[in-house]
Design a binder for this molecule. Sequence first.
Ligand SMILES: [Zn+2]
Length: 355
Amino acid sequence: MRVEVCMHVALMVAGMLLVLVTIASAQEPFAVGPVRATPGTTASGTLAVPARGADPGTTIPISVIHGTKPGPVLALTAGVHGVEYPPILALQRMRASIDPRTLAGTVIMVHVANMPSYLARTIYYSPADGKNLNRVFPGNPEGTLSERIADVITRQVIDRSTHVIDLHCGDGNESLRPYSYWITTGSPQVAEAGKQMALAFGLDHIIVDRERPTDPKASIYLSNTGVTRGKPALTIESGGMARTDHESIAQIENGIAGVLKLLKMRPDGPDPVSAPILLEHSEVVRSNFTGIFQAAVEKGHTVAKGTLLGRVFDFDGTLLEEIRASFAGEVLYVVGTPPMTKGEPVAFIGSTMRR
Ligand SMILES: [Zn+2]
């Protein structure tokens, strides 16, 4: 009899504990605009960028992967530049491979940030307004289409997140070796957390980026919009030349898995990069002429000061300019197609030597 009473009490206590644990770990649904995910589920849909004047607006396809346990909210953005395909394809794969039933926290995926540019296959600039989406953050709800896209991403995605990774690659004309940007200009805690994210992402070349603006109202870049709002953020580059190669896509998947482990959103994942190469100085080299560009180096090449990077010719074949490296370093990307406009990049050089 006494044993039975004890059993009853024990079962009651166990039951109450179970209820308490369930209440403590239960998450509310997570909604980003009209896309609402209940705990343990993944939901997809679109954010609307409303029409304004003559321009018809656009849509931004997103997914919300909402875990059963509380944790960070990680925003992953792809397609800020419309011809950068490996990030877009990596997110398609990650949407299927991140299990919301075992995830702690929430992942917000922006599958294609810049739909006008993606559909028109334009590099750098939007066909709608001629602007570079990654130069107009935090955006403007009253502005041009690129500025309105930036505003929707800032308010509905970045403001809802605790951490941000903006996924890029070489644009359709850029032959690029993989690297990430570690932004150092946030608060010390945000800068340190950003460094840990860069290491966890696993790309061994990390640009130490000391020159991003600190005004949240003029953050300019997507990831810097996170940093200026106190959220650790990272920009990564993997792939280029409009290719959809497996290696570039896999490096992005691996990197996201590493950050999910760092943030304790998943228990397992790849280890951080063991021997990072910190690029303390980097410079975009630009053309002084419009014409036909021919590269003289390849991505990943080591160059000395004065090494010929490429030549710009007039349309009749007359040599206009020989472009040379102004310091010794490594070619992070070089333009791989002929079109060249005065003032635009021909190459990006990084060095481990700080200036
Ligand atoms: Zn880009």
